[in-house]
Design a protein around this ligand. Structure first.
Ligand SMILES: Nc1nc2c(ncn2[C@@H]2O[C@H](COP(=O)(O)OP(=O)(O)OP(=O)(O)O)[C@@H](O)[C@H]2O)c(=O)[nH]1
Ligand SMILES: [Mg+2]
Length: 400
C-alpha cells in the first residue's frame, strides 16, 4: 500500500513523513525544500489479537510492542503543489506522476495560516487553510482530467465506431493511475453520463468525471497540521466542513519519537501521554516544549494526530481490515512455529480466496478452502473476512 503526502509548499509534509517514518529528510521554513519525491515507512496501529488470545507472538512483516501491532505502510512525500501546478506552474506537474501508484492521499494543511497559498511565510493567522483545501482538490482533479482528456479522442472513436465498452477501455488506459474497475464503476454511476457517446461529453462533464474518479481511486484525508500554533484552533472548525479532518502536530510527534528513540521518554506513536525516563537526556529547551505538548496537544486532542492520520487513512477512508494468515490453526503459527507472524491489510469485504491470491498467486489458483482459526470453522472461497480474523488457507499447492 502506498499513501501520498501532498499539500502546498511549507505546510509540513516532510515533517509529517519524518515523524511517521523517523526519517531525516530536510525540513525548512521556506517553500520547495523538497524537490524529488521522498519515501519512508509509516505504520498503522491496532490492538493485536495476541492480547485477546493470550499468546506471545513473533511478528515477521510487522511489529508488536506491548500488544500493539504496527503494520507498515509506504509513504511518499512529494514537492509542494501551487495553484496551476497541473499546467506546469511551480515545480511543474511531473511530480504528480510520482503519485500515480498511490492508493490514498494525505493532504497536509498549515492550519495555523502562517503561509500564503504558495507556501511563503506571512503573518500567522492571515492565510486561508480552507482555500488551500479547495485549490488542492482542484489541482488533483485537473491532473486527472488532463490525463483523461489526452485519451479521449481515441477512446471516443473506439466506443462510437468500434462499439467498445467505455468502462473496459478506461480500465486499460488508466491502470497506471492505480484506478480499478470499481472506481470507474462508481464514478460513472455517480454522474449518469452517456457512456455510449463519450464524444458528447462537455469539458465540464470531463472535469466532473475526473473529480469523481479521483475521489474513488485516490481518496483524501485532511491532516490539519501545526495544531500546536495559537492561530490554528480557529481554522480547525472551518476545515472540518471540507471533509475528513485529523488535527495534528507533526513537529510534536517528531520530537516525542526522537526522545523516545534516545531513551529519554517512554512514548509509543499514537499514545495520549508519555513518561519521562531520563530527565538528564532532555535538553532544557525541550523540557518546556514537552510540557506544552502534554498540556496543549495530548490532553486537548488525545494524541499528536500523526498516528491517527495514518490509521484514519487506512481504516477510515480506505476501509481496510487487518487479517492474520497462519498455517497452524491451533498454535496460530507459520510452519516454523512463529506465532501470528504476518498481518495483511485488505479491503473490507475481501474474500478468503482474495486473501489467498494476495499471499501468493499459487495459493489463490489452487485454493481449496480456508479455516477460521478462532472458531475452527471452514470457509468457502467466497466467504467475506472480518477484521482481526486469523485465517489458514488450504490449497493444493504450497500450503500456507
Ligand atoms: N509549529 C509547527 N511547525 C511545523 C509543523 N510541521 C512542520 N512545521 C514547520 O513548517 C516548516 C515547513 O516544514 P516542511 O516539513 O519542510 O514542509 P513541506 O511541506 O515539506 O515543505 P516543501 O518541501 O517546501 O513543500 C518547517 O519550519 C517546519 O518546522 C508542526 O506541526 N508545527
Ligand atoms: Mg518537504
Amino acid at each position: 500500500m502506498l499513501v501520498g503526502i501532498i499539500g502546498k509548499p511549507n505546510s509540513g509534509k516532510t515533517t509529517f513523513l519524518n515523524a511517521a517514518a523517523l526519517t531525516e529528510y530536510k525540513v525548512a521554513e521556506y517553500p520547495f525544500t523538497t524537490i524529488d519525491a521522498q519515501q519512508g515507512t509509516g505504520y498503522v496501529r491496532i490492538d493485536c489479537v495476541c492480547k485477546e488470545l493470550g499468546v506471545t507472538d513473533k511478528p515477521k512483516n510487522s511489529m508488536c510492542i506491548d500488544g500493539i501491532r504496527y503494520i507498515p505502510v509506504n509513504l511518499l512525500d512529494v514537492a509542494g503543489l501551487v495553484p496551476d501546478a497541473w499546467q506546469g506552474r511551480g515545480l511543474g506537474n511531473q511530480f504528480l506522476d510520482d503519485l500515480r501508484r498511490a492508493d490514498a492521499l494525505i493532504h497536509v494543511v498549515d492550519t495555523s495560516a502562517s503561509t500564503d497559498i504558495e507556501g511563503k511565510p506571512i503573518e500567522p493567522g492571515t492565510g486561508d487553510p480552507v482555500k488551500d483545501v479547495e485549490f488542492l482538490e482542484r489541482e488533483i482533479a485537473m491532473w486527472f482530467k488532463q490525463i483523461i482528456t489526452r485519451e479521449w479522442p481515441k477512446l471516443s472513436r473506439e466506443v462510437e465506431v468500434a462499439k467498445g465498452k467505455l468502462d473496459e477501455l478506461l480500465i486499460d488506459r488508466l491502470s497506471g493511475l492505480a484506478i480499478k474497475r470499481q472506481h470507474i464503476k462508481i464514478a460513472l454511476q455517480n454522474l449518469k453520463l452517456n457512456q455510449d457517446k463519450p464524444k458528447s461529453w462537455s469539458e465540464e462533464d470531463l472535469y466532473s468525471f475526473a473529480h469523481e474518479l479521483q475521489k474513488a481511486a485516490k481518496p483524501m484525508l485532511i491532516c490539519a497540521n501545526k495544531i500546536d500554533r495559537k492561530t490554528s484552533a480557529q481554522n480547525l472548525e472551518k476545515l472540518e466542513k471540507k471533509g475528513k479532518v485529523v488535527p495534528a502536530s507533526s513537529l510534536a510527534e517528531y520530537m516525542l519519537r526522537k526522545l523516545a528513540e534516545e531513551g529519554a521518554i517512554e512514548y509509543r506513536p499514537g499514545d495520549s501521554e508519555f513518561k519521562v525516563l531520563s530527565p538528564n537526556k532532555i535538553p532544557d529547551k525541550q523540557k518546556d516544549i514537552l510540557e506544552k505538548i502534554s498540556e496543549e496537544i495530548l490532553s486537548k486532542y488525545g494524541s499528536t494526530g500523526v498516528q491517527e492520520t495514518l490509521n484514519q487513512t487506512v481504516f477510515g477512508i480506505l476501509n481496510m481490515i487487518a487479517v492474520y494468515p497462519v498455517e497452524d490453526v491451533n498454535k496460530y503459527s507459520d510452519h516454523n512455529g512463529n506465532v501470528l507472524p504476518d498481518v495483511y491489510l485488505i479491503p473490507r469485504g475481501s474474500t478468503a480466496r482474495e486473501l489467498a491470491y494476495l499471499i501468493h498467486t499459487d495459493l489463490g489458483e489452487t485454493f481449496i478452502n480456508a479455516v477460521d482459526a478462532k472458531t475452527g470453522k471452514t470457509l468457502s472461497g467466497n466467504a467475506e473476512l472480518n477484521d482481526k480474523d486469523i485465517i489458514r488457507i488450504v490449497a493444493a499447492k504450497g500450503q500456507k
